[in-house]
Design a protein. Sequence first.
Length: 159
Amino acid sequence: MGEKELVGLHFLHLKPWLVICGDMLLMLDVSVGTRQLYSFPAKVFSSFQVFRLDFSAEIAKWMKMDKLEDHAIFVSLDRRNPTFSCMSPERWGGKSNCIYVAQPSEDSDEPWTTVELGQSVLRTVRCFPYGHRLLQTNGHGSQLENLWVLPRFVYGADQ
């Protein structure tokens, strides 16, 4: 699969997101690697992984999912914003099996990035003096990042 490039500084030290998707509890995680680590700016690549909590065993365990099927997941890198899922995103022109990140992509005019599950995400990370301070904000800084406005059909009001 191809790569997308996101604008910003955030993909380092992210904790997983929990999201309800139909009758499943999912955990969305980001695996991070680096390219050109010693160059400026550094290139960081990531990929999203999704795990489903399997209650069928005596002790529940997280099972990796390869597809979201007829669902899409919406996340924001700012933890003050909600994470949610949507069934049949094609109804509004969206795409199934995708993760929508409320962060712009360098190759699109949209204020979000659409990443297919399993697709690599490439980020350009610029290092600043005392830049480690940016990583200690636990997913949110003083300025609110992009966020999702939830249409009523996401909550099932139209069903």
